[in-house]
Design a protein around this ligand. Structure first.
Ligand SMILES: Cc1cc2nc3c(=O)[nH]c(=O)nc-3n(C[C@H](O)[C@H](O)[C@H](O)COP(=O)(O)OP(=O)(O)OC[C@H]3O[C@@H](n4cnc5c(N)ncnc54)[C@H](O)[C@@H]3O)c2cc1C
Length: 402
């Protein structure tokens, strides 16, 4: 073989598949590689914000669940029920990723189930030569790395990221409660940066905690995760459990025992670039570009990365098809780079104090008694409210009558 491709993309997650689809539809010859074993899901909550669903309404055709109500908990366990004006969606990543990959293939991209090692990539006079795990060699003019948060290709092309540029998320996939509805929950952690979630999907619940890699203490956070999960099922069984403290009865212990026998653990990293890294780090160079997590594009406050994976794919594909791939760098910076950089600056403050208590505690406390603040929170969940003016907006609402 030695077929020449215009673009070879490593990684068929949301970023790689969406870029492949756009490029192929625009007439480029595209090869899309992924080494994930069939049926193995990418560790992810699978939450896709209203902002993303509005930008790409076809995502609603992927099999998932639409979420119209959300339970939010403060670090002390105060509860806030939010009815969302703009629903978001929760997908199983197997369903979401195959949906996007099938669209790329239907658009004309050649999809190859092979892993590509960074060591097997070398420059040629016309671009790149790439050897896949089976030993076959592929030639391409342009190389795109969309191989996720642990991207070996990004490390080779743009350099490694420090621990301070990473977040960690871990959790469990567990069965849906048998007798009760399964609410969607986000709970801000007591004493830690980050939050826990319960995202029910069609056939299971994804539980997880996202926090910073620097502060990660596995034992303490795993205990917190179990308190959260057991509390969640106890509440479904009408046991009066609080969010961060379980009830100790026979029925409660049976719930935990059952959960320990069925829950499957997962863990993975999410990029959460530090403020200064945004200025230094490049996501493109001569005949190469990085997309999505491989480029570090996730919200450092929430760990949300699917929107940025899709948006970076869209921006790159447009620049490439206009024969100006070098403009991708300036375009992502202008489009969402500033917003993510500001989110990095806000991370400590978001999880810091505000009027004598954790900001997240105050936010939920105020929202419980104030429609305007509830609305701001709804917009935050929808992906429509930035962090920069969040505190100012909340403070203004608090001081203003309902
Ligand atoms: C636990 C957890 C929960 C999360 N929850 C959410 C959430 O609810 N909402 C949200 O928006 N974001 C969430 N994120 C972040 C989100 O998962 C990522 O931002 C998003 O998946 C990035 O998409 P991507 O296409 O860039 O990379 P990925 O989705 O990671 O896709 C990369 C692809 O590359 C493939 N690959 C990797 N290496 C190679 C190789 N060497 N050769 C070939 N193929 C390779 C992988 O198999 C994978 O399919 C979460 C992350 C974690 C870890």
């Amino acid at each position: 073989m030695n077929e020449e491709f215009d673009v070879l993309i490593v990684g068929a997650g949301p970023a790689g598949s969406f870029a492949a689809e756009r490029l192929a539809l625009g007439g480029a010859r595209v090869a899309l590689f992924d080494g994930r074993p069939e049926g193995e899901p990418k560790a992810c909550g699978g939450g896709v914000t209203a902002k993303a669903l509005k930008a790409w309404p076809h995502l609603l055709d992927a099999v998932g669940r639409t979420v119209r109500e959300l339970e939010l908990y403060s670090p002390s366990g105060q509860r806030l029920h939010l009815k969302l004006d703009e629903p978001f969606a929760i997908y199983s990543r197997i369903a979401f990723d195959s949906y996007l990959r099938d669209r790329a293939q239907a658009a004309g991209a050649e999809v190859v189930s092979q892993k590509i090692s960074a060591r097997a990539i070398s420059r040629t006079a016309n671009g790149w030569s790439v050897q896949d795990a089976s030993g076959a060699t592929w030639s391409t003019k342009f190389l795109v790395a969309a191989d996720g948060a642990n991207s070996g290709i990004a490390k080779k092309l743009a350099g490694p990221l420090a621990a301070a540029d990473m977040e960690v998320a871990f959790g469990y996939r567990a069965p849906l409660p048998e007798k009760a509805e399964a609410p969607t929950v986000v709970a801000f952690l007591p004493r830690w940066v980050g939050y826990a979630w319960a995202f029910p999907r069609l056939d299971h619940i994804s539980f997880g905690i996202a926090t910073t890699q620097e502060d990660f203490d596995h034992k303490a956070l795993d205990e917190l995760m179990w308190q959260f999960m057991v509390g969640y099922y106890q509440q479904r069984e009408n046991i009066k459990a609080k969010m961060w403290s379980n009830v100790d009865t026979d029925a409660a212990r049976a719930i935990e025992k059952n959960l320990r026998a069925t829950a499957e653990r997962y863990a993975a990293r999410i990029p959460g670039l530090a403020d200064k890294t945004w200025d230094k780090r490049r996501a493109s160079g001569e005949n190469w570009a990085l997309l999505g997590d491989a480029a570090g594009f996730a919200d450092p406050v929430t760990g949300e990365g699917i929107y940025y994976a899709l948006r970076s794919a869209e921006l790159f594909a447009a620049a490439f098809l206009e024969e100006r791939p070098e403009e991708y760098e300036a375009r992502w910076r202008k489009d969402f780079g500033g917003e993510l950089r500001r989110a990095s600056q806000m991370r400590r403050r978001f999880y810091g104090n505000f009027w004598g208590a954790p900001f997240t505690e105050r936010m939920i406390e105020f929202a419980r008694g104030h429609r305007g603040i509830k609305k701001v929170l709804g917009d935050l969940v929808a992906g429509e409210q930035g962090y920069v003016d969040l505190k100012r907006k909340l403070a203004r609402k608090v001081l203003r009558p309902i």
